[in-house]
Unconditional design. Structure first.
Ligand SMILES: [Zn+2]
Length: 294
C-alpha cells in the first residue's frame, strides 16, 4: 500500500509556489514525453509549448497548472507521481520506456549556463499520472467537476455542503466534486483533529461538530502548507509524513492520547484513526479483518 504519498492540496500548492519562484519568467524550450500513456490530449500538441514563456503556476484541487503564454500544461500527479526540479538537464531526449520518468520539461538557459527544468515521475506499475495541454484549465474534465477549494470554502458553505451530502464523512471530505484538494492522508488527519469518526454521516453533524470539522480542515491544511512552503520540491514528500498524527501510523501511539492508532482496510486503500479520540474508544468494523476471523 502506498501510504501518505499521494500529493494533496498542501503538496501541490507548494509545488506551484516553487514553480512560481523558479520557472515563471523562463521560456519553456521543449517538453519530452517519456511515457506515452501520460498524455491525455492531442490538440494542441505538446510541441506547441516550445518557445513560449511560462507566465504562471497555480493549483486547481490536486491539479497543477502551468500557464505557458495562454496555453496550459496541466498535471495530475495521481498516486505516486512527483515533480523533480533539475539543474543542468541533459539535452538528449530521454528514452521512452518503463522507467519512472513520464515527462521532462526543459527551460531555456538565460545566461549560457546549462538549462534547468523538471521531471514528472511516477513510481510503481499502476500508472495514473496525467498530463493535459489545453487552452483553458476547465477543458480538463477533472477540473471542470471540482467543487469549491478546501481553503476557500467558508463556514456557511461548508455546513451547507455537508448537510446536503448523505454517506460517511471520510467519503465526503475526499470527494473532489464536493470539496477540492483533500485526499486520503489529510482526511484522516482532519477527522482526527476534529475528534470525529470517519464513518459518521456527513448530514448527521451537530452544529458544534460542524464547527470542529471546519476548523480542523483549515488548521490541518494551513499547517501542512506552512511546513511545505519554502522547501525544495525534492524533499517535500518526507516532510509530509513527519507531520502526520494518525495517517499511515497504524499500531503506533496517538500523539494526543496515547491510544493505539487503528486501521480500516478497503479494496485498494485504507484509513487510520484513533479510537479514544474519534469513536468513543470503540474500534470500527474492518471488513477485511472480520472476514479473516470468520
Ligand atoms: Zn487519540
Amino acid at each position: 500500500m502506498d501510504h501518505g504519498r499521494v500529493p494533496e492540496l498542501p503538496e501541490v500548492e507548494a509545488l506551484a509556489a516553487f514553480l512560481r519562484e523558479n520557472a515563471v519568467g523562463h521560456v519553456l524550450a521543449r517538453a519530452d514525453l517519456a511515457s506515452v500513456q501520460a498524455i491525455k490530449t492531442f490538440d494542441p500538441p505538446l510541441s506547441a509549448l516550445g518557445g513560449l514563456e511560462i507566465a504562471g503556476a497555480s493549483r486547481h484541487g490536486k491539479f497543477l497548472d502551468l500557464d505557458v503564454s495562454g496555453l496550459h500544461l496541466v498535471v495530475h500527479l495521481a498516486r505516486a507521481g512527483w515533480l523533480h526540479w533539475r539543474t543542468g538537464l541533459p539535452t538528449a531526449p530521454p528514452k521512452p520506456g518503463k522507467g519512472p520518468l513520464a515527462l521532462r520539461v526543459h527551460l531555456e538557459s538565460k545566461d549560457g549556463t546549462p538549462p534547468n527544468g523538471f521531471d514528472l515521475t511516477e513510481q510503481g506499475t499502476r500508472k495514473g499520472l496525467a498530463v493535459y495541454v489545453v487552452r483553458s484549465p476547465s477543458e480538463v474534465p477533472g477540473i471542470a467537476r471540482l467543487g469549491p477549494d478546501a481553503l476557500e470554502v467558508d463556514r456557511e458553505l461548508f455546513a451547507a455542503l455537508m448537510a446536503g451530502r448523505s454517506g460517511q464523512l471520510k467519503g465526503a471530505l475526499t470527494d473532489q466534486t464536493l470539496i477540492a484538494g483533500i485526499g486520503n492522508a489529510y482526511s484522516d488527519e482532519i477527522l482526527h483533529a476534529a475528534r470525529l469518526s470517519p464513518f459518521k454521516g456527513a448530514d448527521k453533524l451537530k452544529d458544534d461538530e460542524l464547527v470542529r470539522l471546519f476548523d480542523a480542515m483549515r488548521a490541518t491544511l494551513t499547517d501542512a502548507l506552512d511546513r511545505q512552503q519554502g522547501q525544495k520540491a525534492a524533499t517535500m514528500k518526507g516532510e509530509k509524513r513527519s507531520g502526520l498524527q494518525v495517517h499511515a501510523r497504524t499500531g503506533l501511539p496517538c500523539p494526543v492520547c496515547g491510544d493505539t492508532v487503528r486501521e480500516v482496510s478497503f479494496a485498494d486503500t485504507s484509513l487510520q484513526y484513533c479510537p479514544t479520540c474519534q469513536t468513543g474508544g470503540k474500534p470500527l468494523a474492518d471488513r477485511r479483518m472480520s472476514k479473516l476471523l470468520r
